[in-house]
Write a protein that binds this ligand. Structure first.
Ligand code: A3P
Length: 299
């Protein structure tokens, strides 16, 4: 798989007010015409919110906790990224068109950019949200290692861009709120990364109920073990080490970086935090969504 230098570190392109990779913008009509099926499961997230984690959990559920079966292929092929288009390497829509049902589909699109067929199909959707500060930190490290993104600049510069929504997939604030509203009209389970960290078993049970799946206690334990951070970090089918090094340089920052809540405290200065909080209060005014910026240490 040859990665052309010309596709790396390119500027983002505005698609209906949302900054996206140029390659996606160029083929936007293809994304818009994506055909969802009623038995699809859509996994929607803002980047760096636990997409890979919930994808692995769902694939384990779909495969009755069979670990070997879940190692059949990389997570990018098991749960294809719908709108992602990397010229000569990956086309999410084409991959999904060829995939037999039932499909699990990943998307980072804000709700207003979702292809119309998704709503019409009434397929189930799981959304995972993570607190903005940890997302910003995780995204900053990801921008550094994943070279499809523009150069992130310094942490301070990146944080500014994040707050302004000038990063791939746009404003975190619009994203989490847009999908929060959508739960009223679509069959959607809204999860929080912090809840999954705090009590993975409880959240797994919620997912099982939503998917109307009953599994034995042994399978529950197997899913929890296989999808723990430690296991996923060393699993070559979920840790993204399969991606070409030119696209993702794990020596800069591993994809499976820390997997904790509250790491923002190691990055935000007091001044950055105060400014962020002030702006956050303004942007989240009127929203009924609440986030936990950290969770108590497990005992
Ligand atoms: P950090 O960079 O904070 O470590 P996404 O899959 O949406 O890109 O999210 C990636 C983030 O989820 C990374 O966060 C990654 O470490 C974390 N993550 C992935 N698998 C996880 C797991 N099993 N448990 C907890 N966090 C996980």
């Amino acid at each position: 798989m040859e990665v052309k230098e010309s596709i790396l570190r390119r500027q983002l392109v505005d698609v209906h007010g949302v900054p996206l990779f140029q390659s996606i913008a160029e083929k936007w009509a293809q994304v818009e015409s994506f055909q969802a099926r009623p038995d699809d499961l859509l996994i929607a997230t803002y980047p760096k919110s636990g997409t890979t984690w919930i994808s692995e959990i769902v694939d384990m559920i779909y495969n009755d906790g069979n670990v070997e079966q879940c190692k059949r292929d990389s997570i990018t092929n098991r749960v294809p990224f719908m709108e992602m288009l990397i010229p000569g390497i990956f086309n999410g829509v084409e991959k999904l068109n060829m995939m037999p049902s039932p499909r699990c589909i990943k998307t980072h699109l804000p709700v207003q950019l979702l292809p119309k067929s998704v709503g019409k199909s009434s397929c189930k959707i799981i959304y995972v949200a993570r607190n903005a500060k940890d997302v910003a930190v995780s995204y900053y490290h990801f921008y550094q290692m994943a070279k499809l993104h523009p150069e992130p600049g310094t942490w301070d510069e990146f944080l500014e861009k994040f707050v302004e929504g000038k990063v791939v997939f746009g404003s975190w604030y619009d994203h989490v709120n847009g999908w929060w509203e959508k739960r009223k009209s679509l069959p959607l389970l809204y999860l929080f990364y912090e809840d999954m960290k705090e009590d993975p078993r409880r959240e797994l049970q919620r997912v099982l109920r939503f998917l109307e799946k009953e599994v034995t206690e042994e399978i529950v334990q197997r899913i929890l073990h296989h999808t723990s951070f430690q296991e996923m970090q060393k699993n070559p089918t979920s840790n993204y080490k399969h991606a070409p090094a030119a696209l993702m340089d794990h020596s800069v920052s591993p994809f499976m970086r820390k997997g904790i809540s509250g790491d923002w405290k190691n990055h935000f200065t007091v001044a950055q935090n105060e400014k962020f909080d002030e702006d956050y209060a303004e942007k989240m005014k009127g929203s009924t969504l609440t986030f936990r910026m950290e969770i108590p240490e497990a005992t």
